[in-house]
Design a protein around this ligand. Structure first.
Ligand code: EPS
Length: 409
């Protein structure tokens, strides 16, 4: 339903994304797209590149007078750093007599953990720059641009998305579940987007210590989606299960090594009685109002997904990020040009990018959820989808009323 492709190298002219499947008639807030891209650039522990860039997506197609047209939306994000790399990353081969003063020498010492080694073998390129430029997490700027459009489609149907950081290195937030509103209340400029200031201070200290040691840190984040209708995704076929689709999307973000839904891996160590969310009737009439089908779930360990479908509770997806693989105090490697042991290449990089990865994950979750939303309520225009959503709510209401009638008769 909704698909996108990105293109671009980290130090090329820029990034491009084409997003297809957005229905017509969605009024786009362009500043909100820029705001999402700015969020991705933030977070304590980022490197010097983020001080150079001020990412902005120029929309090239698919939008007229501020509204989507139903056609592919193409967006371009220019790299401000490009003038410094023009001689290293030219599209055309420079003439042999051209001065190469600003051309960076080839990279031949792969960084453990990065795409460098497997990429150079796979694509048969001798300069590792040919690999690392595309493998760089810079590409995620284009994903965030596409995700910002998907997010606006969801917001038009009262679905909201946020995220927060749970752990940096060994410093972990000590809270079983953090409410959507608590996360929403975080200021945009909170350095690590952690809801507890004391834990955040400890996280900052851990990042400082890693930087001083020439090391890097990973961590954990959680994306929360509120306002989802019941039944996005399906149990009937493996590739329609929403948990599987979310896991693939979030795992595709550079450095993400595991994805959890709800309690995630912790559920594996607990008995069923402590994991599954009971189904009860509301104790007060008001309780039933926002819930689907007149029932209440006192807990949400499932993270809003049962049987690969949304169940109307908050969707909770967590991502586990390994430490960034460029270390200022490099690990052992081999110089592939001479086949001698040597320290890995040191490229400019971040010490920690977990808050940025959380923003990218919000974008990926937005794209997957919007895709599933369009599958269920699809239409060519926002107006048509609005009617489908209303019809589905009426059907549920009618069934509920019939069940209530059976109970009282
Ligand atoms: C990134 C841009 C990159 C890196 C980082 C993320 O820019 P540069 O290589 O010029 O410093 O800062 O990428 C990586 C950590 C990586 O391993 O590729 C960005 O825009 O997010």
């Amino acid at each position: 339903m909704l698909r996108f492709l990105t293109a671009g190298e980290s130090h090329g002219r820029g990034l491009v994304v084409i997003l297809e499947g957005v229905p017509a008639g969605l009024a786009l807030d362009f500043d909100a797209i820029t705001a999402q891209m700015r969020r991705r650039q933030g977070g304590y522990g980022r490197g010097r590149r983020m001080a150079i860039e001020s990412d902005r997506a120029a929309i090239l197609s698919g939008v007229r007078d501020g509204q989507t047209l139903g056609g592919p939306i193409a967006m371009q994000v220019n790299n401000k750093d490009w003038p410094n790399w023009e001689q290293t990353m030219p599209v055309e081969s420079p003439p042999p007599d051209a001065p190469a003063a600003n051309r960076k020498p080839p990279v031949s010492r792969p960084r453990p953990g990065h795409a460098d080694l497997a990429g150079t073998i796979k694509y048969a390129r001798s300069d590792l720059r040919d690999i690392l430029e595309r493998a760089s997490a810079r590409e995620t700027a284009a994903r965030v641009a596409a995700g910002a459009v998907a997010r606006q489609l969801l917001e038009a149907f009262a679905i909201d998305i946020t995220s927060h950081v749970i752990a940096i290195g060994g410093v972990t937030l000590d809270a079983p579940t953090v409410a959507f509103e608590t996360v929403r209340a975080l200021p945009m400029d909170a350095p690590l987007q952690c809801v507890d200031p004391d834990t955040e201070h400890e996280m900052i200290a851990a990042i400082d210590a890693a930087r001083d040691a020439g090391d890097t840190l990973g961590g954990t984040f959680e994306v929360i989606v509120r306002g989802l209708p019941v039944g996005l995704g399906s149990y009937v076929q493996w590739d329609r299960k929403l948990d599987g689709r979310l896991a693939q999307a979030v795992m595709s973000i550079p450095a993400i090594k595991a994805v959890g839904i709800g309690r995630g891996p912790a559920a594996a160590a607990l008995p069923g009685s402590q994991v599954h969310d009971e189904i009860v009737l509301p104790s007060k009439p008001d309780d039933a109002a926002p819930r689907p089908f007149g029932v209440v779930r006192p807990t949400n360990n499932a993270g809003g997904l049962e049987g690969g479908m949304t169940n109307g509770e908050d969707l909770r997806v967590s991502g586990y990020m390994k430490p960034i693989s460029t270390l200022m105090k490099p690990l052992r490697s081999v110089d592939l040009a001479t086949m001698t042991e040597a320290e890995a290449t040191v490229e400019r990089s971040d010490v920690c990018a977990v808050p940025a990865a959380a923003v990218v994950a919000e974008a990926m979750v937005s794209l997957v959820v919007a895709d599933a939303f369009l599958e269920k309520f699809g239409g060519d225009s926002v107006e048509e989808i609005t009617r489908h959503v209303a019809a589905s709510a009426t059907l549920t209401r009618t069934r509920l009323d019939a069940a209530a009638g059976t109970a009282t008769s």
